[in-house]
Write a protein that binds this ligand. Structure first.
Ligand code: GCB
Length: 615
């Protein structure tokens, strides 16, 4: 082959490669408070095609297909049988959206890879309106196409995204195709190794959203902790309520925006800058949100063409020495960690009732706090927790051994952090953003995490920021946390499994702790495994007796020999599916550290924790 031909073949390949990525740019900026919008649900039975070799995406030499040549085109063998079309969504099986695929079909239980989803829906787009397809979450990457045109690619399995379809949405029938890929990747966030089920699919609700041409895309309404002016006896203290409103559409400086809290008789009138952002502040003495009084106010936000209403609570959270203060008063966080997996069927949560069931169990335990592990949970979960007076620790799946040196991995982690904070910045119950879980200490990792922390503080100056770190042995039974990340976090928060992983039950009785910095100590995990109904000697692993004793000993250790102990979220509310649990007859693909079983039965440890929390 001549040099010229090689060069032109390479150029053709490059062109094919890059043109395939046209239409796979990032989605439109996130629209918040979606439940208040004019939405048409696209949930229901979609068609699905399993595609482990990405046949519908690229050819046998792995050159990506054009839109027309790919499954995004939604053609069918039956359209014209003289043509070779080797797929048909119309002939494919049905799959529920939202839902994970693993628990819908036995053949997909362990499946990790690509699955194509297709739904057809009717629409009547109106002149002058803008349209978006909103996805609550798709695990892990999604490429979205409408009516044969590829539009956007989103990475991150637990945060929402929306794709603009204005102009493409047709009157009458529309075809929406999503290529979902849950392949685990070394450079991914999470990485290829974790301790939860890698549920694939369109796991949260999908809707078609109609917006005015210039609309309110996102906003924050936050309370500053500083008290303004003198506090008069018997009167609530005044604070600054501040925030910003971001418009989307035709942006010129000087657009009017109004933020009102009718119950407080408060109105802020402000105007946008050239980028469509308006900032405001007002003084107020609201009734404060707390676990005992989860008060929410109706907040109205108006622009020339748009209006949205939210329910927002006001509170302030801070630390003072080794104490956590909520609204200026010390609070002990009585928590539990929760995975987003339903009780009973043990699948990805898809309904409000399933969120209710998990949170009500936490309330029954006596909790005022939940750690929503190890990724952002669905919005219903956070909002319901807010109504029930449960404070929340919310985190991104930077878990164990991320590729710290890879800029793309960092960009992915930061994007997930930003999407989480954008969606939930107005939730009063979220008191901690956490950037990582049990990450091995190294210079590259601390730099990675400190950058995430700086970004979180920049987006939201009103919350505590932390990470679930790990313990360090000083000598024999004496432990501490020796982690350079402590310089950046508000808490000394860490997971410790005294009595389960690293030591015997008796060791708990001797373990003692000291810390070199004075910050609140938060035990983000402790626990032990037991199969519900498995009884035996207190020293026998996986019996309820062992687990209950481990809880008793840990509670004693933390309350008596851990200075600055300010809260805990034991691991974990419910037995959850994990591919790392291979002990048949006991684990059967479940991590058995739940204080309730996968079916919801209460283990003895549940009552130990409940008794302690009720003290
Ligand atoms: C941990 C992890 C959590 C695991 C748990 C366990 O430290 O943070 O994701 O599931 O231990 O059970 O091993």
């Amino acid at each position: 082959m001549s040099i010229k031909r090689i060069v032109s073949a390479a150029a053709a390949l490059m062109l094919a490669f890059f043109s395939a990525f046209a239409g796979e740019e990032a989605p439109a900026p996130q629209i918040i408070n979606i439940s208040d919008r004019n939405c048409m649900s696209l949930d229901g039975q979609w068609k699905y095609l399993v595609d482990p070799y990405k046949l519908g995406y690229h050819n046998y030499h792995q050159v990506p297909h054009s839109d027309a040549g790919s499954f995004f085109a939604d053609k069918s063998f039956d359209d014209d049988r003289t043509k070779l079309i080797e797929y048909s969504f119309d002939r494919a099986g049905d799959i529920s959206v939202p839902g994970d695929w693993n628990t819908q079909y036995e053949k997909l239980y362990y499946y990790e890879g690509c699955v194509w989803y297709r739904t057809k829906f009717r629409a009547e787009p109106l002149e002058g309106k803008r349209y978006f397809i909103y996805f609550g979450a798709v695990n892990h990457t999604a490429i979205v196409a409408l009516n044969g045109k590829r539009l956007a690619r989103h990475e991150g399995g637990f945060t929402p995204f929306n794709v603009e379809v204005t102009g493409l949405l047709k009157s009458g029938d529309n075809s929406l195709v999503v290529l979902v890929d849950n392949t685990r990747k070394k450079d991914g966030v999470p990485t290829d190794n974790s301790d939860w089920w890698n549920y694939g699919g369109i796991t949260r609700a999908v809707s078609l959203v109609e917006m005015p041409s210039t609309f309110i895309r996102d906003y924050s309404v936050l309370m500053d902790k500083a008290v303004v002016g003198k506090v008069r006896k018997g009167k609530p203290a005044r604070h600054k309520i501040f925030g910003q409103v971001q418009l989307d559409g035709e942006l010129v400086a000087g657009q009017q925006v109004r933020v009102a809290i009718p119950e407080l008789k408060l109105v802020a009138e402000c105007t946008t800058d050239a980028s469509g952002k308006a900032v405001f502040e007002m003084l107020a003495a609201p009734e404060l949100w707390s676990p005992d009084n989860p008060k929410l106010y109706k907040v109205e936000i108006k622009s020339a063409e748009d209006k949205t209403v939210d329910r927002i609570g006001f509170r302030y959270i801070e630390t003072s020495g080794d104490k956590i203060l909520l609204n200026g008063k010390e609070i002990f966080c009585k928590g539990i960690s929760i995975h987003e997996e339903s009780i009973g069927a043990s699948k990805r949560v898809t309904t409000t009732a399933q969120c209710e069931e998990l949170l009500n169990t936490a309330k029954e335990l006596g909790c005022n706090f939940v750690r929503l592990a190890h990724y952002p949970h669905n919005e219903d979960m956070v909002r319901l927790a807010e109504e029930k007076g449960l404070m929340v620790w919310s985190e991104i799946p930077v878990y164990w051994t991320i590729s710290w040196g890879n800029p793309a991995t960092y960009a992915n982690a930061q994007n997930q952090l930003e999407e989480m904070i954008t969606r939930d910045i107005n939730r009063a119950n979220i008191v901690i953003w956490s950037v990582a879980n049990e990450t091995p200490v190294s210079a590259a990792r601390t730099l990675f995490l400190s950058r995430l922390i700086a970004r979180a503080r920049e987006m939201d100056p009103t919350r505590l920021i932390s990470a679930a770190m790990e313990k360090t042995r000083v000598e024999k039974d004496h432990f501490t946390v020796d982690d350079p990340l402590l310089e950046y976090t508000d808490l000394i928060s860490f997971n410790q499994y005294q009595g389960w992983y690293s030591s015997s039950l008796e060791d708990c009785d001797r373990t003692w702790w000291t810390f070199d910095v004075k910050k609140p100590v938060f035990i983000s995990e402790f626990g032990a495994g037991a199969l519900y109904g498995n009884h035996g000697d207190v020293r026998e692993r996986f019996t309820e007796e062992y687990m209950a004793d481990c809880y008793r000993k840990n509670i004693k250790m933390m309350t008596e020999r851990m200075p600055g102990f300010a809260g805990t979220t034991p691991w974990v509310l419910k037995d959850f599916r994990s591919p790392r649990r291979a002990l048949n007859g006991i684990q059967d693909d479940f991590n058995r550290k739940g204080v309730i079983s996968d079916k919801g039965e209460k283990k003895r440890a549940f009552f130990v924790l409940q008794d302690w929390y009720s003290e």
